[in-house]
Ligand binder design. Sequence first.
Ligand SMILES: [Zn+2]
Length: 122
Amino acid sequence: MDLIIDKIKNLEEKINCIKNPNDDYNAILFDVLGIIQEIVSDVSTLNKNYDEINDYVTVLDENLGNIEEELFGFEVEESEFEDFEYLDISCEVCGEQIAIEKSLLNEGSSLECPNCHNKIKF
Ligand SMILES: [Zn+2]
């Protein structure tokens, strides 16, 4: 990212140099074309880097899927995971929604509402 910031500063300096009223139009045009060429080259480099990062993330995601499959016996979909492990409980006093892990839901246990501190029994 520092490289990009340096590039932008460099381009800004070049643009400021063009604003010299003593230069003739051909010289200005030549400088402007040079700057445009540089921008085009930078954008194509950025695009290439983006493609590489995108490919890398795709591979990481596939690997993570494989690890999940090894650990849980199936590839975990995030929404399924929540339905599987958590239950939404609402406070009868203030209506606050609290996600609680199913294994903590024992008969006669209670939970303090983080919003109004009401003890919720279940
Ligand atoms: Zn509450």
